[in-house]
Design a binder for this molecule. Structure first.
Ligand code: SAM
Length: 261
């Protein structure tokens, strides 16, 4: 019997209906699949049944990685590493479809890293990822909502995202305290040009540091009250950070970059 490690966010999927549902979200047959945090290999087995071209799994837990290797042998390439330390761009030359019931303590860090690190083009065609429901709702939220913020703005910059379904705690062992949601991400065709994603992170960090306050203070902090920018982007400083749409944050980032170039 495997003892789940809380520090590694180990809540293993045990619900066969959910496992079946996940592998039917998109085509797996003949595709290169990357699975993040395979744990005991439940989802891995369901992926294999769909006959992928190649399946690579990344598992940080050494004991679990060893068991996966013993169970799946050459059917699966097991990488015993921290996903945050892997350069995904170097894994394989063809595109991946990514699956992951992510460790919830680092799920947003993983997703943000993938977006920020994208170089020329995408190394994946789809991401099918499980998040804590509250985090998933933040990722998919639109402007003018209380959950809109830095995460949705960063994700929406490069990816389209839809919620596939919500999943209850009893589908896992041990049962988590929170509900979960499965999200499907696909790369966008047209991406707003920002030179350095760190600038988008900086701009949204400053604007959302006081989400209930008006835009005046963060705007002045970043742009020294520049009226031309306000006119160009048609921003009303009496609004709140959540009232500016995605595009406006990308344009603000470009203005910020122009000021520094
Ligand atoms: N996919 C399995 C399932 O659905 O039953 C397990 C999912 S569990 C929520 C998260 C898995 O990610 C665990 O197996 C854990 O050991 C692994 N993990 C945690 N942190 C990791 C990291 N930084 N890099 C790679 N794997 C990690």
């Amino acid at each position: 019997m495997i003892k789940a490690k809380k520090s590694l966010g180990q809540n293993f999927l045990v619900d066969t209906n959910v496992l079946e549902k996940i592998v039917n979200v998109i085509q797996i047959k003949e595709k290169n699949i990357l699975e993040i945090g395979p744990g005991t290999g439940a989802l891995t087995s369901y992926i294999l049944k769909k006959k992928p071209k190649k399946l690579i799994v990344v598992e940080k837990d050494k004991n679990l990685a060893q068991k996966l290797y013993q169970n799946f042998k050459e059917e699966v390439t097991v990488i015993n590493k921290d996903i945050l330390e892997i350069d995904e761009n170097s894994l394989i030359k063809e595109k991946f479809t990514v699956f992951g019931n992510l460790p919830y303590n680092i799920s947003t860090e993983i997703l943000s890293k993938w977006i920020v690190n994208l170089k020329d083009g995408f190394w994946f065609d789809y991401l099918v990822l499980m998040f804590q429901k509250e985090v998933a709702n933040r990722i998919i939220s639109d402007f003018n909502t209380s959950t809109y913020g830095r995460l949705s703005i960063l994700v929406n910059w490069k990816l389209k995202v839809v919620k596939v379904c919500d999943i209850k705690p009893f589908s896992f062992f041990p049962k988590p305290k929170v509900d979960s949601s499965l999200l499907l991400f696909t790369p966008k065709n047209k991406i707003f040009k920002i030179h350095n994603p760190k600038n988008l992170e900086k701009v949204t960090r400053v604007f959302f540091s006081h989400r209930r306050k008006m835009l005046r203070k963060p705007f002045n902090q970043l742009f020294n009250g520049d009226q031309r920018i306000l006119d160009r982007l048609k921003i009303n400083l009496n609004l709140r950070p959540q009232n500016l749409d995605f595009e406006t944050y990308y344009q603000l980032t470009r203005e910020y970059e122009n000021l520094r170039s």
